[in-house]
Design a binder for this molecule. Structure first.
Ligand code: BGC
Length: 375
């Protein structure tokens, strides 16, 4: 999209007054941001994060804010407490305050259309952060990890933990059958289906052969999804599965969990139902949250997926800075992320599997955590 000059004189003053007058509202301006190099020194950037209940988003928010400030931008960093109306209001407020770029990790990827339309009217660029925003053309760029690959890695590590795949990734010929239960993330988060589909494509051949058995029969995304990624919901579902499907004395051998917070809930359900800490099923995860890494080191959770939030944060800031200086951000994927209206140009990072064997190299040697963080 072409950059346009901010209207000068009376019109601009009028707009400033009208924006000030509608503080907290959703009404937008009609002028546009000047994106020529240097024009946005010290400009305000709005950063909307979903929740503080998961430490990854706190790391993301901190990293984005610090990098923006280093470049001299002002930052309005807000957390939506996993409530859609909060996030809608926060983004409206950012626009009212005159933010020139929005970096958004959405709670519901379809709920922000009014705000995006308003942003576009004023020439404010929108970067979808980690989670794609769906159903609106005014999503300019997207940066995330390869979400399909996250699911592939989760399922692969589940199969490795069960002994179905060897360390070389090859089928060991283990016959099982291994009882596995599946969990997916929040249905309103675009990533959740990517994770689940990547995992199911990987598990399917083993389910088809009968090596892996989903004893509950719950294999559809909607059956296994967890609204708002809520750990308590996953804990309850795991408890119910144990009480129903496994009341015949059979054991759960593995659980596909898409996020560390859910893994913690799932493990609590297992231990409170009689599984001992040293005989837990293979449980996967995602985000390398400190609590889960500690659990992995203690031999409880089996694996997690490390997504270096520092890289993602830096990339989003680079995109914002480019956009504010009339440059075209670099992307490395122009086919995977169709938001139902258009394919959003994306910069993807690779995720990595973490287990007890490699956590030091991946998480401590890289400075993501200190030893003390994981004590
Ligand atoms: C993120 C994951 C995270 C999940 C729950 C997803 O959108 O990509 O990293 O585990 O949200 O917060």
């Amino acid at each position: 999209m072409k950059t346009r000059k901010v209207l000068a004189g009376i019109a601009a003053i009028g707009l400033a007054l009208s924006l000030a007058a509608c503080s907290g509202g959703t009404r937008g301006g009609t002028t546009t941001v000047d994106n020529t190099a240097g024009a946005n020194k010290g400009a305000l950037v709005g950063v909307a994060m979903p929740t503080k209940t998961s430490s990854r988003w706190i790391k993301d928010g901190d990293a984005v804010k610090a990098s923006l400030e280093k470049l001299g931008y002002k930052v309005d960093l807000e957390y939506g407490d996993d409530k859609i109306p909060n996030q809608v209001q926060q983004i409206s407020n950012m626009l009212t305050k005159g933010a020139k770029v929005l970096i958004i990790a959405s709670i519901d990827g379809t709920a922000l259309s009014d705000q995006l339309d308003q942003a576009a009217k004023s020439g404010v660029k929108v970067i979808a952060y980690d989670r794609l925003i769906n159903g609106n053309k005014n999503v300019d760029y997207y940066t995330t990890f390869d979400n399909n690959e996250v699911g592939v890695q989760q399922a692969t590590s589940l199969l490795t933990g069960l002994g179905v795949l060897g360390a070389d990734g090859k089928d060991t010929g283990a016959a099982g059958p291994f009882n596995v239960e599946l969990f997916a993330g929040s249905p309103d988060d675009n990533n959740a289906t990517f994770f689940f589909n990547g995992a199911m494509d990987t598990l399917k051949p083993f389910i088809d052969k009968g090596v892996v058995v989903v004893k509950s029969g719950q294999v559809g995304f909607t059956q296994v999804a967890t609204l708002r990624w809520d750990p308590a919901t996953a804990q309850k579902r795991m408890q119910n599965l144990i009480a129903s499907t496994y009341s015949d004395g059979s054991k759960v051998d593995g659980v596909l969990s898409p996020y560390d917070g859910l893994s913690i809930g799932i493990i609590s359900a297992l231990t409170s139902s009689g599984y001992t800490a040293n005989a837990l099923p293979i449980v996967t995860g995602q985000d390398a949250e400190a609590a889960s890494v500690k659990s992995i080191v203690a031999g409880q959770q089996y694996s997690t997926i490390y997504k270096d939030t520092r890289l993602l944060g830096e990339e989003a800031v680079k995109m914002a800075d480019d956009l504010l200086n009339g440059k075209t951000p670099e992307v490395n994927d122009t086919k995977s992320y169709n938001n139902k209206v258009k394919i959003v140009p994306t910069f993807l990072f690779p995720p990595k599997v973490v287990t007890k064997d490699n956590y030091k190299a991946l998480l401590i040697d890289t400075g993501y955590y200190t030893e003390a963080d994981l004590k």
